[in-house]
Every structure is written in C-alpha cells, then in structure tokens.
Design a protein. Structure first.
Length: 264
C-alpha cells in the first residue's frame, strides 16, 4: 500500500473512532487539553527508543506519535478550525521559508551565519503572530516543555537580545551565590524560601550548562541513565551475595557504589 493510501486510511480510522454513537467512547470524549499528556508521553517514548537503539520499537513509537497529530487534526476538523492537510501545508511552507540556502539559492559563509538567519526567521514569524503591544522576546516558549529544556530556551531567547553574561566566569559566581542563598534558607528553615532558592539554583545550573555548550536536558537524561546503570549493578552484586540493600549500612553501600562506577 502506498504512503498516501496508508495516510488516508489512518485519517479514516481516526474519523471513525470519533464518530458519535458508533465510535470509541474514550476517543469521542477527548479534548485538545486531555490529549496533551499522552502526546508528551509518546514523544518521550520515541526518545527512549532511540537512546536504547531499538529501531523496530522506534517504528511503533513514531506511529503512536503520528497518531497524536492525527487526533488533534480530527478534533480541529470537527470544530472547523483546520484539517490535517493544513498542518502538512504549514510545515511545508515553513521548511521552505526557513531553508533559503536549499530552496532559494541563498548562501552563508558558515554554519553560524546560517543559524543566525534561522533564528531571525523564527523571530519574524513570532512577531507576525503576536499583536504589536503584546509581543515579547520570550513569547512562544511552551510552558509544557520539560523544565530544564524550557529554562534553556528562555535563556537563549534573552541572550539573543543581549541579556546574558559575556563569558562563563560570572556564571560560576552566580551559581555559587545561589548555592549560598539556598544554604541560608535551609539554615533558616523557611520551606517557601528553600523552594524558591532551589528553583534559582537549578536555573543557574542550566545557565552554566548553556555557557559550556551543554544541553542541560540531555545531560540530565544521561545522568539519570548512568545512575540507573550503577544502581542496577549495585543491586546485582548484592543479589549474588543473597543480600538486600536494606541490610547494608551506608559505608558498605558507598563502597559498592564506587565499585559500580568502574563499570559505568
């Protein structure tokens, strides 16, 4: 079956699922807002499949993610907002518009110049979508993004208009300042202040990562996986000894942890 026939079949299936009386009760009752958590979950499952190198699994996960797009398109069609074809047309136009070096003969001296033009194009599009009195440098950074990713995008946007440290040295100073403020809040025992200062410290960590050229979200994802691997190694070692973690004191656990670090 051709790609277009497969795509049309998927659209027909989605329409059938949403048909009153004969469709699926669960699908029929969904709204734009109720579907969002599932969309985010599917996106993360795509990323997880890639990180684990599971390409067969990736095919299925990408299908699940595509289904989310089709779901939104069907709901929009029912409300006379737009259709799936409008989504495709919009991304086609955007890709051509943002790649003049491919489709319009534009030339750039290096990748940095290309990226600068890309950002200018995105900024122009945001300005066109916003009313003149409501336009903001930070407009359009989705609140639903993972917190680390959103922090990085907010900082990057602000930096483009000059709101940024010139080099990494003051970023280190700011990080140390936030650590001191958090320690002070802990000593005071003020839970609200601790919560607030912890947010500031994490935001500063993201800023440091950005200045060091590190994607904070990806770095933490890797850190999570490293912790998982090492913890599993620790558990495996104790299992071979017919022991449980609860039976060990902190000193022995630290020794096992250090041993696991040699493997991961």
């Amino acid at each position: 079956m051709s790609d277009m026939k497969n795509m049309n079949r998927l659209l027909d299936i989605m329409a059938a699922l949403r048909t009153p009386d004969t469709g699926c009760p669960w699908d029929i009752k969904q709204t734009f807002k109720t579907i969002v958590p599932y969309t985010l979950e599917e996106a993360y499952e795509v990323a997880d499949s890639i990180e684990r190198g599971q390409m067969d699994e990736l095919k299925d996960e990408l299908g699940d993610l595509l289904f989310q797009v089709v779901f939104y398109a069907q709901m929009a069609r029912e409300q006379d907002l737009f259709e799936f074809g409008d989504i495709v047309a919009a991304i086609n136009d955007k890709l051509v518009r943002r790649h003049p070096h491919v489709f319009a003969g534009a030339e750039y001296k290096d990748e940095a110049a290309l990226n600068d033009d890309w950002e200018r194009a995105k900024s122009s599009e945001r300005d066109q979508r916003a009313e003149a009195d409501q336009a903001s440098t930070l407009a359009g950074v989705a609140r639903s993004l993972p917190a680390l990713k959103r922090a990085q995008k907010l900082q990057k946007r602000a930096a483009r208009v000059g709101f940024d440290w010139p080099d990494v040295a003051p970023v280190w100073n700011k990080l140390n300042e936030e650590v001191a403020e958090l320690q002070e809040a802990v000593e005071e025992g003020d839970k609200d202040k601790i919560f607030d200062e912890m947010g500031d410290l994490l935001f500063s960590c993201v800023n440091l990562a950005r200045h060091l050229g590190v994607d904070a979200e990806e770095a933490l994802r890797q850190g999570n996986q490293k912790f998982t691997n090492r913890f599993n190694c620790l558990e495996s070692e104790l299992s071979h000894q017919n022991r449980a973690i609860e039976e060990c004191d902190i000193i022995e656990l630290e020794q096992l942890w250090q041993a696991s670090k040699k493997s991961f």
